[in-house]
Design a binder for this molecule. Structure first.
Ligand SMILES: Nc1ncnc2c1ncn2[C@@H]1O[C@H](COP(=O)(O)OP(=O)(O)O)[C@@H](O)[C@H]1O
Ligand SMILES: [Mg+2]
Length: 255
């Protein structure tokens, strides 16, 4: 097994608040891994640590064996790790196509020699069109991103995340606010777009989590209380207990 991402005893304090309290996790190359847990457990903070937005208070994070703890987000991105945000992060004044093109350029466009080569520009157009087509947004490519319906904006966010060609993808609640059918469509897209890649996903829809994941980790108060295959998590008494008292979040598949 090749490890894509590994966290060792990662901690993050905000002042006196200990938000991530010693998280260790190994994610294999090509694995689909979901992080679940109640609101405020630290899931987004964990993504912020992995993607370089925050520096860990302690512990180490490795991407393909190389330490990335404390490295700047754009450098981690260049190393092949890309993340989406819980709140959309698109450029609303640009068209759908321009948004995706930005992601493509970001991964390809380095230096003056790149711009002098007309073949590269053609490749950028082709890659952009291919991504727009594969996420079903080609017909809306020239609309301003701000005018897209909400679910399409979330889809665009996913498209931009994968546009850079990263092979480790982090998605933070990609289906938040979507209807049931929009969620189904988004998940099908995520499956297709991340085929063969390593996927770390924070997701609240337990049907999605249990259907999509190779393994699931349960984060509660900044600690992983269980990691395992869906069937192991389903039957884990600690997981059931962690969700008890929070009826609104009690996932059907775990109950
Ligand atoms: N930059 C920050 N400064 C202080 N506290 C923060 C910061 N970011 C997150 N937190 C706190 O960390 C906890 C976990 O938040 P978050 O990671 O967003 O949880 P989740 O994504 O699991 O809902 C919350 O109590 C939140 O208020
Ligand atoms: Mg969150």
């Amino acid at each position: 097994m090749t490890t894509a991402l590994s966290l060792r005893e990662v901690r993050k304090d905000f002042g006196p608040a200990k938000i991530i309290q010693g998280v260790s996790l190994e994610i294999a190359q090509g694995e689909r891994h979901a992080i679940i847990g109640p609101n405020g457990a630290g899931k987004s903070t964990l993504f912020n640590l992995i993607s370089g937005l925050y520096r860990p208070t302690a512990g180490d994070i490795r991407l393909r064996g190389q330490s990335i703890a404390g490295i700047r987000p754009y450098r981690i991105n260049r190393m092949g790790l890309s993340r989406s945000f819980q709140v959309s992060n698109i450029f609303s004044n640009m068209s759908v196509r321009e948004n995706v093109r930005c992601g493509v350029l970001w991964s390809m466009g380095q230096g003056y020699s790149f711009w002098r080569n007309i073949g590269n520009l053609k490749l950028v157009q082709e890659k952009t069109a291919h991504i727009l087509d594969s996420v079903g947004l080609i017909d809306k490519a020239d609309s301003p991103a701000a005018l897209l319906p909400y679910a399409d904006q979330r889809t665009l966010e996913i498209a931009i995340t994968i546009a850079g060609g990263a092979d480790v993808i982090l998605l933070d609640e990609p289906t938040a606010g979507m209807s049931h059918s929009e969620t189904d469509r988004a998940i099908a897209l995520i499956q297709k777009a991340t085929a063969g890649k390593t996927l770390l996903i924070v997701e609240h829809d337990m049907g999605v989590v249990f259907g999509l994941s190779d393994r699931i980790s349960v984060l509660v108060y900044g600690e992983i209380i269980a990691t395992g295959a869906p069937e192991e998590i389903r039957g884990d008494p600690r997981v059931k207990e962690a969700y008890l008292g929070d009826e609104a979040e009690l996932p059907e598949a775990v109950a």
